[in-house]
Ligand binder design. Structure first.
Ligand SMILES: Cc1ncc(COP(=O)(O)O)c(C=O)c1O
Length: 391
């Protein structure tokens, strides 16, 4: 029904992933035409007409003045959670906001004191470090265990670390970026129990959750009734590739905390934009059938990519959710050097593991949310280059 091979034509239309000037600078290459960008977490797929057409109608009205968020915005989120997660969230928990990271930045500043210790599980999404450091806090990392090529937590160790470091907050990526690992209900229970005991605030970043590849995703929002120190950040940005519209929402069942965060956003004049709020509403109202097909397509692309990477020395960590593949290359001591030389010699652009927080040695990340035609050309070149590189 939807054609995921007919991708957006993005070269030099301002898309960061396809911007020649940006690519030349970042990958130290000259003449960035004809590159294969598989780095930034951004999809090349076209949105369905069910979303685009009503959005065009809205834009054609030409009214972009000051505005109030309509009830349909909240209703679309309530319905999305109910239909896709069987999760009964409450209208009064929802706070519309700007981009997820900008929101997290304000949250961390408001909720914690300078010098407070914030825990992340590593390897972790790089910008979490900025969020913590920007606000004068202390980043504590727990190195996840690697069992059968899958990350996990040892809860006794986490508990001991929480006590030792007097942790005040946890920023958890659910599903985990870079590995796409979803946390099970049992794991979420254990995390919540540890945090409840110590009154730790949990910020669960769930922006990749909609792209669950097989009933793996469990949202922390199911625990908002029970535990009042949880904030769930969610967004259509990854699911529908609308990051450029800077819209996200967060859920908070703690009225006092929610009010103080809303006040802070308002004080800083950080309001969502009108097109973004309309786009979110339309994505959630009309986009479900497209997301189902998108997920099937992502699975196919992952299978294809994993198949092509099935070579000695390369191990892929197949995600539970999302379109990002975390890949380990043996015998590479400097992954940044590998990434740059791969770009220079084979024109394939990947995300280096060193952009993530800690425990990324030998890893890189491949974004498969593009056409199969591109993957079929680019992935064999990675393998070919790897063999030449380690010789
Ligand atoms: C885990 C995670 N959180 C947040 C973001 C960024 O969200 P936003 O663009 O809404 O700030 C990303 C983008 O890749 C992400 O992977």
């Amino acid at each position: 029904m939807y054609n995921f091979e007919d991708i957006l034509q993005r070269r030099n239309n301002g898309s960061k992933k396809w911007n020649e000037e940006y690519i030349e600078k970042r990958f130290k290459v000259k003449d960035a035409a004809n590159y294969y960008p598989l780095f930034i977490a951004d999809m090349d797929f076209k949105l369905p007409k069910e979303v685009i057409e009503p959005l065009m109608e809205f834009i054609a009205l030409g009214d972009f003045g000051y505005f109030d968020i309509k009830e349909e915005f909240y209703n679309s989120i309530l319905k999305w959670y109910k239909d896709r997660y069987k999760s009964e969230i409450k209208r009064e928990w929802i706070v519309p906001s700007i981009g997820a990271l900008s929101t997290m930045n304000v949250m961390v500043d408001k909720l914690f004191k300078k010098g407070d210790s914030i825990l992340v599980f590593t390897p972790a999404y790089g910008p979490f470090k900025d969020v913590v450091f920007n606000n004068g806090m202390n980043l504590v990392s727990y190195k996840m265990k690697l069992n059968n090529n899958r990350y996990s937590l040892d809860f006794e160790e986490v508990k001991a670390l929480v006590e030792k470091e007097d942790i005040k907050g946890l920023i958890i990526c659910n599903p985990h970026n870079p590995s796409g690992r979803c946390w099970s209900k049992e794991e979420i229970n254990d995390i919540i129990n540890i945090c409840m005991e110590k009154n730790i605030i949990i910020i669960s970043d769930e922006v990749h959750g909609d792209l669950d590849l097989g009933n793996n995703f469990n949202t922390f929002s199911d625990y908002l009734n029970k535990y009042k120190n949880i904030i769930v950040l969610s967004s259509p940005n990854k699911t529908f590739n609308i990051a450029g519209l800077e819209i996200s929402t967060f859920l908070c069942s703690n009225e006092e905390m929610k009010n103080s965060l809303e006040e802070e956003l308002s004080k800083r004049k950080l309001h969502p934009n009108r097109v973004g709020t309309r786009a979110l509403t339309l994505c959630y109202e009309n986009g479900s059938p497209w997301v189902d097909e998108l997920i099937k397509n992502i699975k196919e692309n992952l299978d294809l990519t994993v198949d092509m990477l099935n070579v000695e020395g390369i191990s892929t960590m197949v995600p539970d959710a999302g379109y990002l593949l975390w890949v380990k290359f043996d015998n590479i001591s400097d992954i940044d050097d590998f990434i740059i030389k791969l770009a220079q010699e084979k024109k394939v652009l990947l995300e280096t593991g060193s952009r993530f927080i800690k425990d990324h040695e030998g890893y890189l990340r491949i974004n498969v949310a593009t056409s199969k035609a591109i993957l079929k050309e680019a992935i064999p070149m990675i393998v070919e280059f790897y063999k030449e590189y380690i010789k």
